[in-house]
Design a protein around this ligand. Sequence first.
Ligand code: BGC
Length: 740
Amino acid sequence: MNFVFRTIITGCSFFLFYTISAQSILDEQVEKRLKTLTLEEKVGQMSQIDLGVLAVGKICEVADPIRLDTAKLRLAFQRYKVGSVLNCGCGFHALSRKRWLELIDSIQEANTRYTAHGIPVMYGIDAIHGANYTLGSTLFPQQIGQAATWNPDLVKAAARITAYETRASGIPWNFSPVLDIGRQPLWSRFFETYGEDVCLAKKMTNACISGYQGNNFGNEQVAACMKHFLGYSYPFSGKDRTPVWIGERELRAYFLPTFQEAIRLKAKTLMINSGELNGVPVHASYPILTTLLRDELGFEGVAVTDWEDVYKLHTTHKVAETLRDAVKMAVMAGIDMSMTPNDFQFNELLLDLVNSGEIPESRLDMSVRRILKLKMDLGLDNMANSKMQAGYPLFGSDSFARVAYNAVGESITLLKNEGDVLPLSPGTKVWVMGNATNSLNYLNGAWSQTWLGQDARFNEPNKMTILQALQAGYGKENVLEVTPQFARKAKRFPGAVLYCLGETPATEIPGNIDDLAITIPEEDRKALESLKARKVPVILVLLLGRPRIITDLDKLSRAVVHAYIPGQEGAKPLADLLYGKINPSGRLPFTYPRSSGDIVHYDHKRTEDNDINFGSSGYNPLYDFGHGLSYTRFDYWGMSVKPVNDTFVIQVLVRNTGSIEGKEVVQVYYRDEYAPVTPAQKKLCAFAKINLKPGQDAAVNLKVPFSDVGDIGADMKPFKASGTIVFRAGHQTVTLNHKP
Ligand code: BGC
């Protein structure tokens, strides 16, 4: 016993020693390299340009196929010594893996030819739901769908594959995940979040960062970039990059924890929020970018700006009178790298600011140190892309597609199933209608082959739309696409009608909306009404990235199936779920509002329960957070909660009482009855996804540290819940009188 103990200690301390010494060797190398750099080279390392700046053609109108322009390469690397390049924003589309490797090789070659320092260029891309800018890659559900799986293992597997396929394309840095909490459904980028809940989003953050970065960095991992620090997702108007007002307490309670988790896991990079927070553009905020991020949270990685955001301090936010002031503000606030991205004014201005003594060179050294360290960590020195082409045998493989299939299958959420109209039995005749019936773009959403994901010319040719998947899997003779006119005039009807409703893919400014209401063509509505009148079951299939109001459509439908934005592998699992090959197990990662004026989160306060009659039915969503049905049923019993050594040890027994195998998401909520700041009516503190055969039982054990059950006080410090705390799982509750 003693021996084992000592061995472990020795093993640990050896490991610690090894890690520390490897770390200090790296630090030494970084210092050595830093000393050899000229001021221009340091400024260059701190700048990032768009691929379009290096390509033949104008910005946003690059020649297709994309080609690099020698004069532009020379300007970027010889004159400005730029250290990083990112994927084209506008006017660009996915490339083959081979083309990516060639392009990045040519960029590295030009960098080696034209610069004396030989520090490799670091390429960054938005591979946000798979390597979505590489043809033939595996696409997964957008983040909101990944959250709906409530299965961190799947999210981690998807992130691992994304990292592998991004690296297989020669790219080591991924601008993902979005760690902004999704509590403003009007916001166009809601679909890029893990939803409204802190506990769920933190678990998904952990899974994603671990999947991207792994334990040891190698050629199959990418540097993660948590974004957008801080408070980006909560614009008051809902419109992207417009003012956000969040008090410090709320910031710490809702918006910070995902970033804290990623920093704990040593996420290597972070992107800054483009917008303003409480009147101050975050790119100009020393308190956020240095006091909070560095001094308090201890982030040691690289902080990159978002698109053109240094200049925007002058051009848009109007807090800097000149571009020069803007550069000074952002650098002194704490940015490390400027996603400039379309010119070299940042480089010229920063150089001038240091030469004139307005910014000390030591300030640049802090950032360049971080950037050099990242480049070494990523092993960029040893990356010869052309040689890597033969590697990565699993790129775009069936085994990866299988993971995407499972991720979609576990994300789809059955919101309603009146009279068990689903699953359809094989052979059931169905009609399919609605705008998403035959569209890959609606399955994929934005950031898929193109930035906005709207251009069908770049869709993968061999992927199936919903109609195609239904016909391939369940018989062309059984599945018919119909027009609303046909549906209205028909005399004979099928077993069910699938109404597939999607939203035009969009993100950032082009995705703004004014209202959560969604309108469908009048003809469609009339057809759905007449089908209902004739008692033909309508199944509403949603491909929406944010909760658009569907209350009237819900009334016309016997079943509602939410598929989020599942990606191009999504149609097959959707078809299989409708026909019962997959038992639904997705759960809502957000509260589904009943009307546009009804945006109340599940973890709302007691006052939000008040109704106009001073009753307590004010919280009345169409579907609650965490909701999702199955084709089987689960019973809960025997719940216990025991405080043991600073941890709540929770047990609940669950049985599959139905007749088919299924997955259940066991969700544990708590309510702190009285607290120093108004407590939430309920709050998720733990969950587990389990699989049970018919009749099978499971004892689900969960451990929740006391520190995860509490809130942020008025003094901005976390406090632990105490006194009466009610825990709930399913219909089981346990009340504790707790003294932490
Ligand atoms: C977006 C970021 C993205 C960046 C690079 C910006 O406009 O806000 O999320 O990573 O562009 O494409």
